[in-house]
Ligand binder design. Structure first.
Ligand code: SF4
Length: 270
């Protein structure tokens, strides 16, 4: 049997162990058949080729029992669309073993039914609708599979559950320990973090925003640049006037010192 398996493997492999053309063509056919089979499966749920007008295709009717006060309306940060979302949460006591210290357990993320952003192609639920009527399940979502009582979000948005309960999720500010690049960190409380960001860190010896933040009115700087260019103002006078706020008075186009700061979105776009 061992010899036979080797022979079969040699038939399927070309020189240097790479797959033969026959093997690659065979694999390609298998993939194509898989695609056809998948398409057939999807087709069973589609009345026509328009995914927005297909017939209801949800499976089952179990939506779980929850009320409007088990729902938080929030915003997805998983990309820069910032969709409005409906988050169904359970008390920590409902999932204590899986919760690992969280105060609540996210059970489901969907679109906010009040928002036109996540209810297309249907109209959102009118704002005057009571949350008790708009947010608690009536089985329509599971059966119709559409956003008639809960908006749509993409799969990445729904993966927010994994992000929220990721055991490696960073939940406290981290302060570097030792030299930059050493990749050693310690947690600090939020008050300490905010104080050191604004006023500088004695531990790290870094300046704070309050020390280097400066802003200059663009039109005023541009007017003075025109004066320097025309000779009505000397470069020295310009330097003395703007040295405290511009990054470089010889390059006023770089703007004020506040331009050296940057912010990072909280989007998880990996
Ligand atoms: S990841 Fe999806 S649900 Fe979240 S904001 Fe982006 S598009 Fe919306």
């Amino acid at each position: 049997m061992e010899v036979q398996r080797k022979d079969e493997a040699q038939q399927g492999a070309g020189m240097f162990g790479t797959p033969s053309r026959r093997a690659v063509v065979g694999a390609g056919c298998a993939v194509a058949l898989g695609v056809v089979a998948t398409g057939t499966g999807l087709g069973a749920y589609m009345e026509n080729d328009d995914p927005l007008t297909d017939k209801p295709h949800g499976r089952g009717s179990a939506t779980g029992a929850y009320a409007a006060d088990d729902v938080i309306l929030s915003m997805c940060n998983n990309c820069n669309t910032y969709c409005t979302i409906k988050v169904r949460v359970a008390d920590a006591a409902d999932g204590a073993e899986a919760n690992e210290g969280a105060t609540a357990l996210v059970r489901k993320i969907a679109g906010n039914p009040y928002s036109p952003l996540n209810s297309q192609p249907y109209a959102p639920v009118p704002y005057e609708t009571r949350p008790e009527d708009a947010l608690s399940p009536d089985g329509g979502m599971a059966v119709a599979g559409r956003a008639t009582n809960g908006g749509m979000i993409c799969l990445k948005g729904q993966s927010g559950i994994q992000l929220a309960h990721d055991r490696f999720r960073i939940t406290k500010p981290l302060r570097r320990v030792g030299a930059r690049g050493g990749d050693e960190w310690e947690t600090v409380d939020w008050d300490t973090a905010l104080d050191e960001i604004v006023h500088g860190s004695p531990t790290l010896g870094t300046p704070g925003i309050a020390e280097w933040y400066a802003w200059a009115p663009k039109k005023q700087v541009e007017a003075d640049v025109t004066l320097v260019e025309s000779g009505a103002m000397t470069q020295g006078e310009f330097d003395a006037k703007w040295a405290d706020v511009l990054i470089d008075t010889k390059h006023p186009d770089l703007g004020p010192k506040s331009n050296v700061s940057d912010t990072f979105s909280s989007c998880d776009r990996t």
